[in-house]
Ligand binder design. Structure first.
Ligand code: ZN
Ligand code: MN
Length: 143
């Protein structure tokens, strides 16, 4: 994990990005995290250590990481984007009650892409699939 952060820092530096303690903290937090945090969640987690940090700073840094290809943004049509530093092919299962998002390993379902291309004539560039349901904790409370 350490080396991943260092590799990412090297990549940013070679792209002319200046590293600040806050920028490093946001990057490290994301690479250590498996919860797919929003900008606001990252802000709340780091603000005790970095009192001068603002949500805007977190958001701008996340945009920079996304543009550098280090982080994936999962948009939801408003400010509630979640951020994932795991760039491997994987899907997500999302709890409709508490919002927990868990990684789900599965080979990319390229057969559906091929079918979509064949039946519509589109040049397919990718797809996004999310599975919804109740996480074990929420399912337990409700039953
Ligand atoms: Zn839940
Ligand atoms: Mn993920």
């Amino acid at each position: 994990m350490e080396s991943r952060v260092h590799h990412a820092v090297d990549q940013l530096k070679s792209g002319g990005v200046r590293m600040t303690p806050q920028r490093y903290a946001i990057l490290e937090y994301l690479m250590d995290s498996h919860v797919h945090p929003t900008a606001d969640e990252i802000y709340r987690a780091l603000s005790p250590q970095y009192p001068s940090l603002s949500v805007a700073t977190v958001y701008n840094n996340l945009k920079l990481f996304v543009e550098a290809g280090l982080v994936r943004e999962l948009t939801y049509g408003d400010d509630s984007s979640r951020f994932d530093a795991d760039l491997s092919d994987h899907y997500h299962v999302i709890c409709t009650n508490c919002g927990t998002m868990v990684d789900f390993e599965h080979p990319p379902i390229t057969a559906i892409e091929a079918e979509a291309a064949a039946s519509t004539g589109f040049v397919v560039q990718g797809h996004r699939l999310e599975i919804y349901g109740l996480c074990p904790a929420c399912a337990g409370v409700k039953n």
